[in-house]
Ligand binder design. Structure first.
Ligand code: COA
Length: 205
């Protein structure tokens, strides 16, 4: 399936307000930003870095959506509204993901190399949530509005709050599984912090 067909298709599938292809093409800033990103990314990959950044900034002006040209975004992603959305350089966003306005897929400022999140297939990232660091949001996971996500989110769970905690697993309030998942998430956050600390020491910072 072509990029346009997939990108328009997902909007019509997920947004009851989308009545026709013409309406989607003319009135959805997320679609424009994603189409522009394809060219920015093409330029970026061919080492026209400055041109790529200028192109992406031009479209930021028109759409209020800032996607770094280095970000990898698959076809069939839906950005709804989109105002204030920021996607960082090393972010990866897979097919079927839905991103709302005010979302940040950002870095912590503490990591090097892969610094931004990976959002797996079909995940929902609700309005104004901040997903920060080289973490992964699993397939089909839901991040609640205004959550701050600083550690991996397993597949098909719902996380809410600051910092975001698991509140549903496969749509159910299964307290025992939720507790187990939270324990392992805390363990990995601690390990990540230790690794960051060790790397700061070894680089003499
Ligand atoms: C999180 C969300 C996706 C719902 O996911 P869900 O798996 O259906 O979860 P539920 O609605 O069953 O809520 C689970 C729990 O989280 C709480 N919750 C839901 N959203 C929350 C949020 N954003 N912040 C804090 N708590 C939240 C619910 O009250 C419920 O609490 P309980 O366990 O005490 O009953 C949804 O509530 C949400 O945040 N949607 C925002 C979508 C959006 O951005 N819309 C913008 C349109 S313009």
């Amino acid at each position: 399936m072509g990029w346009w067909k997939e990108s328009i298709g997902i909007i019509k599938e997920l947004d009851p307000a989308a009545r026709s292809t013409a309406e989607v093409l003319l009135t959805y800033p997320g679609l424009k930003a994603l189409a522009a990103h394809r060219l920015s990314h093409w330029l970026w990959e061919r080492d026209f870095k400055l041109l790529a950044r200028m192109h992406s900034q031009f479209w930021r002006f028109w759409t209020n959506i800032e996607i770094h040209p280095g970000a990898h975004i698959e076809a069939g992603v839906f950005i709804d509204h989109g105002a204030g959305l920021v996607v960082g350089e090393t972010a990866i966003v897979e097919k079927g993901v839905m991103l709302y306005h005010g979302v940040t897929l950002g870095g912590t400022g503490k990591d090097v190399g892969k610094r931004h999140p990976t959002i797996r297939q079909g995940a929902l990232i609700s309005a104004h949530s901040q997903v920060i660091g080289p973490i992964e949001v699993g397939p089909g996971a839901k991040v609640g509005a205004a959550a701050v996500v600083v550690s991996d989110v397993p597949a098909d769970v719902t996380v809410v709050g600051v910092p975001a905690k698991v509140v549903r697993v496969h749509g159910k309030k299964d307290e025992i599984t939720i507790h187990e998942i939270e324990e392992s998430r805390e363990y990995y956050v601690q390990k990540l912090e230790e690794a960051r600390e060790a790397s700061r020491h070894s680089s003499g910072l």
